[in-house]
Design a binder for this molecule. Structure first.
Ligand SMILES: C[S@@+](CC[C@H](N)C(=O)[O-])C[C@H]1O[C@@H](n2cnc3c(N)ncnc32)[C@H](O)[C@@H]1O
Length: 230
């Protein structure tokens, strides 16, 4: 059976389609987690979504692919500095007026930003910044988030670097709240950096239930054998 029929198993070939984004992987999300992001973006039609922190655009590819399959009306990216690879995506997009770049600090952008249905937080990881981002987004009613690097602060190599604590604190706050349903993955996997952690948090119970299937599938997938081409 065609794997693409299962909405939570959809894939695209990042490396063939977006080779220029595949660099400086120490900051980029893992392919496994980008596939989780992509499938979360296909959970329901979204009006307006936001990525904070694009770097070379590895995770941004998931937003573009979700635009391509018609599940999102508008994609907004916010970064203090956009790399050429992301600028190229923007210059070459066929989605004029539906794909926006905001080159500024996230909190400056969010002060006057509109409502977003879904937000990936992967910009500054400093607790105060992440807290401010969350406050502004909450004031507008965003109720679905994907947080990256939720465990990075707890890894031995981060021992002396207290500036990764933002995603961890926000995840803990959401996990303690009865308002939020959370799913997370921070398993160590050979050849990947998934131990840095990713957490999906939503106030929508139905969305959480469907996202559970996405996490179950992608956290168990044998990426190297089953999807060697992504
Ligand atoms: C970890 S990288 C993002 C990786 C990217 N999501 C990926 O998977 O390829 C963090 C990015 O956040 C940006 N950044 C850092 N502080 C920021 C801030 N206060 N506002 C907006 N962007 C910020 C950096 O310029 C960098 O591109």
């Amino acid at each position: 059976m065609d794997r693409s029929l299962f909405s939570f198993q959809r894939i695209y070939d990042i490396h063939s389609l977006y080779p220029e984004t595949d660099c400086h992987r120490e900051w980029a999300m893992d392919t496994r987690h980008v596939m989780i992001l992509f499938n979360l973006l296909l959970l329901q039609p979204y009006n307006r979504v936001l990525e904070i922190g694009s770097h070379y655009g590895y995770s941004t590819t998931a937003f573009l692919e979700a635009l391509n399959v018609g599940f999102i009306s508008e994609v907004h990216l916010c970064d203090i500095h956009f790399m050429d690879s992301v600028k190229h995506m923007y210059q070459n997009t066929k989605f004029v007026n539906r794909f926006f770049l905001h080159e500024e600090r996230s909190v400056n952008f969010l002060m006057n930003a509109p409502f977003f249905d879904f937000v990936l937080l992967d910009g500054s990881h400093i607790a105060e910044d992440v807290e401010d981002e969350f406050e502004y987004l909450s004031m507008n009613g965003t109720n679905s988030y994907l947080l990256h690097d939720t465990y990075t602060q707890l890894l031995p190599e981060s021992h002396d670097t207290p500036w990764y604590d933002g995603p961890m604190f926000l995840m803990e706050k959401m996990q303690c709240s009865p308002d939020w349903f959370c799913l997370e993955d921070h398993l160590y996997r050979d050849g990947e950096q998934t131990e840095r952690g990713i957490c999906f948090a939503t106030k929508n119970k139905k969305m959480y239930e469907r996202a559970t299937l996405i996490f179950e599938f992608w956290t168990r997938a044998n990426i190297r054998n089953e999807f060697p081409y992504i």
